[in-house]
Design a protein around this ligand. Structure first.
Ligand SMILES: Nc1nc2c(ncn2[C@@H]2O[C@H](COP(=O)(O)OP(=O)(O)OP(=O)(O)O)[C@@H](O)[C@H]2O)c(=O)[nH]1
Ligand SMILES: [Mg+2]
Length: 318
């Protein structure tokens, strides 16, 4: 297969579960553009089968270690796994930093596991679009479970994990900040909270603190589990909880509802990203738009009036 294998070949390869085709398809999908759009359009009917789990948490919270341990649990059950590790702080893409940053080396040679690391560069449509595209391709390839790791503290990164069916927040024992954020209600409530590094002396106290913080929230509190991914303790239980939640949501219709809501939100967010890029590009090249911005600079037009004019110039209507 040539590096520019036609979309047909990639679609066939992905459907057949060919790992090389899968890698190329994800690269193409990440890149964005017309071929990527065509690829996704063709693969989309095959998606919607995977259980997509989002894992989020502060830098160093133990997400990758937990992902790696979860992969072990899933493989022991005969399930195939896709891993997408999103690091907005990294300029690298395609696994350039896999060796040291992501603790998944144990699974590199396993054909039932496909791992992709994504940084900020090389995505015409932005990181969120690339992440969604990679997830769809893995789903179409028939991966049973897709683990989506992204760094964050509980707010903006939910955007990236919004494609997930179930969201795990990794909180590190001894990190009081997260508990404060939960208390203050600024943190989105995930489906499951994993208190990581369960071997830490303060781990049990951390679980109690998190539960106490959650008890003041208005929404029903999610389960709080203690995991020690280094020693594979509590990881089996975490998977069982995720699978149980997923099955319950699938049977009472909540899953379809949530997926629908997520897809709409995701689509609008992608439109917003694209619209913004278009405005920024045009600001540097379109003389008519440039003239409006010059008038703003010279205080000849107020910014609010300028917005209406710019929207008309860029999108053709106000
Ligand atoms: N003692 C102990 N250490 C752990 C455990 N899980 C992770 N660690 C350590 O914590 C550090 C960070 O772990 P990672 O899994 O890389 O954390 P992360 O959240 O993926 O980090 P970023 O992706 O860089 O945000 C590493 O040195 C791990 O070895 C655990 O269960 N117990
Ligand atoms: Mg990590």
């Amino acid at each position: 297969m040539s590096p520019n294998a036609p979309v047909d070949e990639l679609v066939a390869g992905v459907r057949a579960g060919d790992a090389r085709a899968l890698g190329r398809a994800i690269s193409l999908a990440e890149l964005g553009g017309a071929d990527a759009a065509e690829l996704l359009r063709r693969l989309y009917p095959d998606t919607g089968r995977a259980h997509i789990v989002g894992l989020t948490g502060a830098p160093g919270a133990g997400k990758s270690t937990l992902v790696s341990a979860l992969v072990g649990v899933l493989r022991a059950r005969g399930l195939t796994v896709g891993v997408v590790s999103v690091d907005p702080s990294s300029p690298f893409t395609r696994g350039a930093v896999l060796g040291d940053r992501i603790r998944l080396v144990d699974h590199f040679l396993d054909e039932g596991v496909f791992i992709r690391s994504m940084g900020t560069r090389g995505h015409a449509g932005g990181l969120a679009e690339a992440t969604l595209a990679a997830t769809l391709v893995l789903d179409a390839a028939g991966k049973d479970v897709i683990l989506l790791e992204t760094v964050g503290t509980g707010q903006s990164e939910i955007g990236i994990v919004s494609v997930a069916d179930t969201i795990v927040l990794a909180l590190m024992a001894g990190s009081g900040d997260a508990v404060q954020a939960l208390k203050a209600g600024v943190m989105e409530i995930p489906d499951v909270i994993a208190v990581t590094k369960g071997d830490h002396p303060s781990a049990r106290a951390a679980v109690r603190d998190v539960r106490a913080a959650l008890s003041v929230a208005e929404t029903p509190a999610p389960p709080v589990l203690l995991t020690d991914a280094l020693h594979a303790t509590g990881v089996e239980e975490l998977w069982e909880e995720l699978a149980r939640l997923h099955a319950a949501q699938a049977s009472d219709g909540q899953l379809a509802e949530r997926r629908g809501t997520n897809l709409v939100a995701e689509t609008l967010a992608l439109v917003a990203t694209r619209a913004r890029r278009q405005v920024e590009e045009q600001a540097g090249s379109d003389p008519e738009l440039g003239a409006v911005l010059e008038r703003v600079r010279a205080r000849e037009v107020d910014p609010v009036s300028a917005v209406a004019e710019i929207v008309r110039i860029v999108f053709g209507r106000s």
